[in-house]
Design a binder for this molecule. Structure first.
Ligand code: NOJ
Length: 559
């Protein structure tokens, strides 16, 4: 297990907390119903005003995050809401301009907030000039920038691979008489990363943004960029659910040949060398593979990704034992140079509060912000936002439109709830009619009570719990850098763990049930209960018996 580091030795991406913004849904400054970068600038003080004293005991007004990850804002036909990029080095006019972006970087940095942007290397839009050229003729110089294949000799698709969004991963191109490969929508053709010109062009994209001052990249489906050289058929997954949608070819296969090929690590090392030239930058990767394969993405000696996203807590049953086991397995698997991280929500997942219930969502907040490793927090989870209800006729997500409401990702992309006013304060009024604007997705029905203003005024709200936890973490080197150790406190429905550091110790006890629990903490020293998820008690703890209320989590500072 990794030894403790002093928090001042840590990099910002180890010490800090990442906040994911889905730009379409955060704040609409132009009054067109879609969020934009100027809207993000407007709300920076909400995220971290750069001036709050971390050691103060008052609940601060700003959240206290350290870095923003922005989902794509590039020019795009929006077939997959920006994950279909038509120009990697510009901003969609919906979101602003390069000038707005530069201002965002300046204003964020002024407050000590780092900027992480989404890098989408696996595929472009079919409207990207590279693909338009590629599909124009078989002998176009950009033909080999994408993956084109003839039908099988006996006719039919080049192999059995499925698209994540349904149907086969191959689309026939009438003009040039070949199929092209797309792991996602047919509007998202996959780039050919075995072509050195593609590598150079995509490295230039990283340079473009690094030169503009970005601090890191979240690399979309990074494990998919290299495919098997022979594009062999994937085997059938014997454990695939019989209830899969008939069109879910992707879900029926084991992904042996379309992703996680060993050569991907060589490309990641190249990315990493480039980032290291700039210094103090961070590479995060979106990865979906089992623990032994996932760990390899840190590189052999820490020359890979800084943070391969750890999504395991997103899909586990929400009980103390399952969560503890996942944490322990990951801690045990990490080489000494690797830094852990945890994700509890994203623009692709069900809302946390819907998944585990609003009471346990408070326990989850404490878990996320006290485990060893970098937490990523999804916008709106700090309010306990729940899945939006999206009528069929308002559905936008291509995955939901194909597979049906159960797999609709719009539910977690509804507008951020700022106030109890029109559109929850997300949009302004239409400049021509002065009428309130209708946001691109419906605002959730609970916005009148669940919004930033209302929760700021309520001392024990979810928002104030997040603020308290975030600022306590900022002021406590033990929580940033301390060693993690699980504690056996009897029973398996509470998760108890210790963080230990030369500057002090913290004990966390989280009750995953809706009943009271009395725990027996071995070798308990005197301590102070500093935060309860109810935000209603602080007290001295002087014996080994600790009582927790239903759905309560506590942090105890050990003296
Ligand atoms: C993963 C992203 O998180 C998701 O939103 C997107 O649809 C796919 N990659 C394709 O880019």
């Amino acid at each position: 297990m990794t030894q403790p580091s002093l928090s001042h030795d840590l990099h910002w991406w180890q010490r800090g907390v990442v906040y994911q913004i889905y730009p379409r849904s955060f704040k609409d400054n132009t009054g067109n119903g879609v969020g934009d970068l100027q809207g993000v600038i407007e709300k920076l003080d909400y995220l971290n005003d750069g001036s709050t004293d971390p050691t103060s005991n008052d609940i601060p007004k700003s959240l206290g995050i350290d870095a923003i990850w922005l989902s794509p804002f590039y020019p795009s036909p929006m077939a997959d809401f920006g994950y279909d990029v038509a120009d990697y080095c510009n901003i969609h006019p919906l979101f602003g301009s390069l000038d707005t972006f530069d201002l965002l970087v300046t204003e964020a940095h002024r407050r000590g907030i780092k900027i992480i942007i989404d890098y989408v290397p696996n595929h472009s839009s079919d409207q990207h000039p590279w693909f338009i050229e590629s599909r124009s003729s078989r002998d176009n110089p950009k033909r080999t920038w994408y993956i084109w294949r003839d039908p099988k000799p006996e006719g039919g698709l080049p192999n059995n691979w499925g698209s994540v969004f349904g149907g086969p991963a191959w689309t026939w191109d009438e003009t040039t008489g070949q199929y092209y490969f797309h792991q996602f929508l047919k509007e998202q053709p996959d780039l050919n990363w075995r072509n050195s010109e593609v590598r150079q062009a995509m490295l230039d994209v990283l340079r473009f943004w690094l030169d503009r001052g970005v601090d890191g990249f979240r690399m979309d489906v990074i494990g998919m960029i290299i495919k098997d050289t022979k594009l062999r058929d994937n085997p059938t997954n014997p454990d695939a659910s019989p209830d899969l949608h008939p069109d879910d070819i992707f879900g029926r296969h084991l992904h042996l040949y379309n992703e996680d090929q060993d050569e991907v690590h060589e490309v990641i090392r190249i990315f990493r060398r480039l980032l290291d030239e700039y210094g103090n930058r961070c590479a995060i990767g979106e990865l979906w593979c089992d623990l032994p394969r996932w760990v390899k993405y840190y590189g052999e000696n820490g020359d890979g990704l800084h943070l391969p996203f750890n999504f395991r807590l997103l899909s586990l049953p929400w009980n103390a034992e399952a969560i503890r086991q996942s944490v322990e397995q990951m801690e045990a698997a990490l080489p000494t140079f690797a830094w852990p991280n945890y994700v509890l929500g994203s623009h692709d997942a069900q809302r946390l509060a819907t998944r585990i219930g609003s009471k346990q969502a408070r326990v989850a907040a404490m878990l996320l912000l006290t485990l060893r490793g970098t937490p990523t927090l999804y916008y709106g989870d700090e309010l306990g936002m729940e899945n939006g209800v999206i009528p069929i006729e308002k559905m936008q997500d291509p995955q939901g439109l194909h597979f049906g409401p159960d797999r609709n990702r719009d539910v977690c992309r509804t507008p951020m709830q700022w106030t109890d006013g029109p559109s929850a304060g997300f949009s302004t009024t239409d400049s021509s009619t002065s009428e309130p604007v209708e946001p691109w997705l419906p605002v959730s029905a609970d916005f009148e009570s669940r919004n930033v203003d209302a929760q700021s005024a309520e001392p024990t709200s979810m928002l104030n719990l997040y603020r308290r936890l975030l600022w306590y973490r900022r002021a406590t080197p033990t929580l940033q850098a301390g060693r993690y150790m699980s504690v056996d406190a009897g029973g398996d429905d509470c998760f108890v763990y210790l963080r230990e550091h030369p500057t002090g110790k913290c004990l966390m006890a989280l009750n995953f049930t809706d009943q009271s629990r009395t725990l027996s903490i071995p070798n308990m020293q005197n301590g102070s209960l500093v935060i309860s998820t109810y935000l209603d008690r602080t007290e001295t703890v002087s014996n080994s018996t600790l009582s927790l209320r239903p759905n309560e989590g506590v942090i105890i500072r050990i003296e």
